[in-house]
Design a binder for this molecule. Structure first.
Ligand SMILES: [Ca+2]
Length: 194
């Protein structure tokens, strides 16, 4: 039977497919405008990229800023961002709200994608109440390095998780490598079949 080579080929395809739309925020570095009280297990920026969408403040998986007004740096209202480990072709972004209280604080906000310092995409959430439990921005198709979330008004910013579904930037070398891998699997399959 040629089951093993077939599985190898399928695994390769599955791995490539998964990589093409995985949550790359998990590999990034998060920061935010301020911390409510102090930077601790209940407030830290990295809680929004810890892989856990649990929105209960007491479960220590949400980030939490102050109710920022006008910061000295001129960035204005409360913000959070993740610097990705490299440039990616970003497909969609899903933002998970805090759920144990105060869901309306996450309303009227803007999500932006930057490549270096250039704004390459932005989307707005303008509902009167916050998403429960999450909201998604789909069909983005922008290449960027930083995902930036900022309230459009003065309030506390707290999110349970920010997921950035993205893949590698398509390059000729990428496809060449994938085709070479498939050719190798094909060669192994042919040898085993012979
Ligand atoms: Ca989390």
């Amino acid at each position: 039977m040629r089951l093993a080579p077939l599985c190898a080929a399928l695994t390769l395809c599955a791995a490539f497919s998964a990589h093409a739309a995985s949550n790359v925020a998990l590999l990034g570095t998060a920061s935010q405008s301020s911390y409510w009280g102090s930077e601790n297990d209940y407030t830290r920026a990295s809680n929004a990229i810890d892989g856990n969408t649990d929105g209960d403040y007491y479960h220590k998986s949400i980030q939490h800023t102050n109710s920022d007004a006008a910061l000295p740096a001129g960035n204005g209202f409360a913000w959070w961002q993740v610097a990705l480990d490299q440039d990616y072709l970003i497909d969609s972004i899903t933002i998970w709200n805090r759920t144990d209280c105060c869901t309306a604080r996450l309303r009227e906000f803007t999500v932006s994608i930057f490549d270096d310092d250039a704004l390459v995409w932005s989307g707005s959430y303008a509902e009167a109440d916050g998403p429960l439990p999450s909201t998604s921005f789909a069909g983005i198709a922008a290449v960027g390095h930083t995902v930036f979330v900022q309230l459009d008004r003065q309030d506390y910013l707290h999110m349970a998780e920010v997921q950035v579904f993205a893949g590698p930037i398509p390059e000729p070398q990428t496809y060449a490598l994938m085709l070479a891998g498939l050719a190798l699997v094909g060669a192994v399959a042919r040898r085993r079949a012979a």
